[in-house]
Design a protein around this ligand. Structure first.
Ligand SMILES: Cc1cc2nc3c(=O)[nH]c(=O)nc-3n(C[C@H](O)[C@H](O)[C@H](O)COP(=O)(O)OP(=O)(O)OC[C@H]3O[C@@H](n4cnc5c(N)ncnc54)[C@H](O)[C@@H]3O)c2cc1C
Length: 385
């Protein structure tokens, strides 16, 4: 039977970076991925993911974000690729709303740079006059599919074993090893890392964790004047509309050269979508979601003639407080590591989480305080072992 120092279950966003880091540190590692790399049936496809530093969700995340920014630049330099594009993000919302006040809180706690902009700063946008505008220069987007492939390739180049289209069915902890059963083979490992995204529940049969899987729709619009939205002139944007939860957000049009499709002006809504089982992610009627995103475009863009070119879906894995869950699985003697509950905002952190999980597997301590992401915060009502 094949034996490893560490097996990573799920080579998606967090798993690919973790596998890469451990391979670089000289560990004997295996990554098991049930589908192919960068697959449409998990949480990481859709061409682009926002990255921002002045985190409106909570200032606690900023040290981890600083680590992530450094990690993105490191993997880019190691692999000779471009993954992080600092177009800046324009934020708009009521001054007292969670978006603007949350950003200002992170700015003041961590002394970050943030500029004020007027509501008519970007000509294509139609922003209510009583909203406040902010611009964060270091923010922008990452290309998730390319990032996952880059990490996986680097992991392989440093000796990792990667098996695609092989699903982990179960694992069992024994006194001296952990046995992992897949649909094709059996393995033994000293440590196990579970980075299974929205499919995590089937791997936690005796550990009940409150997680909610939702289907999220993303649209690509066809504007009247494409040149207005070029990556050189138009930034990423986030708008918090008064009276509704979450945020609307979007990207510039990404040029064909250098970026995968779909083509068009990407727009999305970051708030819980329909609750689903992971297998249902692609069975949806896009017309309602399409209508909603078109209505958003008519409220916030001057161009009233946009049409929808393409609508796609992806999944969020919500924890009960929208904060990540990064910890050792209780009562496993720190042999099994869990990273889940990324609640629709995890991708930007990928290099930092990869480093953190790799350190946890090697028994090293982490300088960034992550106690706010521990399993313990839920108390006994939320989980039973
Ligand atoms: C529409 C959308 C927009 C988003 N926008 C942003 C954004 O702008 N910024 C941001 O920071 N984040 C964003 N996110 C969130 C971010 O993409 C996720 O938080 C992140 O991808 C979660 O990573 P993960 O590693 O937990 O899961 P995944 O990337 O889904 O990886 C899990 C992997 O595990 C594999 N797997 C599962 N079970 C098994 C098994 N039993 N055996 C083998 N393999 C298995 C899966 O096939 C998958 O490849 C967005 C998400 C969506 C859906």
């Amino acid at each position: 039977m094949e034996q490893y120092d560490v097996i990573v279950v799920g080579v998606g966003s967090m798993g690919s970076a973790t596998l890469c880091d451990m391979a670089k540190k000289g560990l004997k590692v295996l990554g098991l991925e049930q589908f192919t790399l960068a697959n449409e049936l998990s949480s990481h496809t859709g061409q682009s993911r926002l990255i921002r530093l002045a985190y409106f969700e909570h200032p606690n995340y900023v040290p981890l974000l600083k680590k992530a920014y450094a990690g993105w630049r490191q993997i880019e330099s190691d692999a000779g690729v471009s993954l992080l594009h600092q177009t800046g993000i324009a934020y708009y919302g009521k001054p007292e709303g969670p978006l603007i006040s949350g950003i200002q809180s992170s700015v003041s706690v961590h002394d970050l740079n943030m500029a004020s902009i007027s509501t008519d700063h970007y000509a294509p946008l139609q922003i209510p006059k009583d909203y406040k505008g902010l611009f964060e220069e270091v923010a922008g987007f990452i290309t998730p599919e390319k990032a996952i492939r880059t990490y996986a390739q680097q992991a392989l180049m440093h000796g990792a074993v990667l098996r695609q289209n092989e699903r982990v069915i179960s694992w069992r902890q024994h006194p001296n090893h952990i046995a992992v059963q897949t649909d094709q083979s059996s393995y033994q490992t000293d440590k196990l890392i579970l980075t299974a995204g929205p499919h995590i529940q089937s791997l936690l049969p005796s550990f009940k964790l409150k997680l909610t899987i939702t289907r999220q729709l993303i649209g690509w619009l066809n504007p009247s004047r494409w040149q207005e939205f070029s990556i050189d002139d138009f930034p990423c944007w986030v708008i918090e509309e008064e009276g509704i939860p979450g945020i609307y957000y979007g990207f510039p049009i990404l040029p064909i050269e250098g970026f995968d499709g779909p083509i068009g002006l990407k727009i999305a809504y970051h708030a819980p979508g329909e609750v689903i089982e992971p297998g249902q992610v692609k069975s949806f009627d896009g017309s309602q979601g399409s209508e909603r995103l078109l209505a958003v475009s008519r409220r916030y863009f001057w161009d009233q003639k946009m049409t929808m070119l393409n609508i796609n879906s992806c999944m969020y894995t919500y924890s009960s407080d929208d904060d990540f869950i990064i910890d050792y699985l209780p009562q496993t003697d720190e042999k099994i590591i869990l990273a889940t509950g990324f609640s629709g905002h995890g991708f930007k952190f990928v290099p930092a989480i990869g480093d953190v999980l790799s350190k946890m597997a090697r028994g090293l301590s982490e300088e960034v305080d992550l106690t706010f992401l521990s399993v313990d915060r839920f108390g006994d009502q939320e989980h039973l072992t």
